[in-house]
Design a protein around this ligand. Structure first.
Ligand SMILES: NC(=O)c1ccc[n+]([C@@H]2O[C@H](COP(=O)([O-])OP(=O)(O)OC[C@H]3O[C@@H](n4cnc5c(N)ncnc54)[C@H](O)[C@@H]3O)[C@@H](O)[C@H]2O)c1
Length: 268
């Protein structure tokens, strides 16, 4: 038996338009799943669909804003009409904002409640809660499903500067465990993945100077990572497929898998 065979499964990857979500979509399609990419940027979504199809996979892009319930419900209806009920959900939409980030000129005392709230809306509401509610309900009804949320190392120990991001991702860890207990009786597993540091759009300005050289923060990240490097997005694919596959991870729920090169395994 191939433990990692996802043929006959329909996977929804929210934020499949981005770096890590895109890799999750490719990995799931590579294992045989039909993949629906949900995001706001049609051009990037269609590029990912074309790449999956070029590799022999099946993919579809559906535009939606994950923070908007009605928009996600429309996407759900399109998916149901086109392919049927999904059994895999990957929540990879999320990011940070300068307004929610502490700097020399923007101390924590000056972070505005509305900027804090907008990061919570992006990472915890749109990045986890609404998609879990909308697709989790369908999965519960069909009696099977695997949900994979994206946390962050800063959900475990708050990183310097990214105060609102860290708190919102800690919320993702908590929600993941809550839903795991809530939905275990109906056959739906809920886990999270904690990526270490992977250069992407949302963290570019914190990791690289304008001329492309690494920032001081990048140097201290490398120093603190056991493997002394950034992750490569494709290094997340195996864990995504493992958690998605009922055959491979049927007794795994409410947990978090760190793919961080050892970042969280050490201190000074
Ligand atoms: N890159 C890293 O090092 C890293 C580390 C830890 C956690 N993460 C988390 O992984 C996830 C993926 O991040 P990434 O690095 O691929 O970033 P990315 O910016 O490349 O991708 C994020 C994608 O989510 C989309 N998105 C954001 N809000 C959305 C919304 N409301 N509706 C629909 N789409 C929306 C963005 O348009 C983008 O395409 C995020 O939750 C991020 O916080 C990333």
């Amino acid at each position: 038996m191939n433990l990692f065979d996802l043929k006959n499964e329909i996977a929804v990857v929210i934020g499949g338009t981005g770096a890590l979500g895109g890799v999750a979509a490719e990995a799931l399609a590579g294992a045989g799943a039909k993949v629906v990419i949900i995001g706001r940027n049609a051009e990037r979504g269609q590029q990912r669909v074309a790449s999956i199809q070029k590799n022999g996979g099946q993919a579809l892009f559906v535009a939606a804003d994950a923070s908007d319930k009605a928009s996600l419900e429309n996407a759900r209806d399109t998916i149901l009409k086109t392919w049927g009920t999904p059994s895999i959900l990957v929540n990879a939409a999320g990011g940070n904002s300068p307004e929610g980030t502490v700097s020399k000129d923007h101390p924590v005392e000056d972070i505005r409640a509305e900027d804090w709230t907008s990061l919570f809306k992006m990472n915890l509401v749109g990045g986890a809660l609404l998609p879990c509610q909308i697709f989790g309900k369908l999965m519960c009804r069909q009696g099977k499903g695997s949900i994979i949320n994206f946390a962050s190392v800063s959900a475990h120990i708050p990183l310097s500067r990214v105060v609102a991001y860290s708190a919102s991702k800690a919320g993702v860890l908590s929600l993941t465990r809550f839903l795991a207990r809530e939905w275990a009786p109906c056959g739906v597993r809920v886990n999270s993945i904690t990526p270490g540091f992977f250069p992407a759009m949302q963290n570019r300005s914190l990791l690289f100077n304008e001329d492309g050289t690494p920032t001081d923060r990048t140097r201290s990240i490398w120093e603190h990572t056991a493997m002394k490097r950034f992750g490569k997005p494709e290094e997340l694919g195996g864990v995504i497929v493992f958690l998605a596959s009922q055959a491979a991870s049927s007794f795994v729920t409410g947990t978090d898998i760190r793919v961080d090169g050892g970042f969280l395994s050490q201190t000074i």
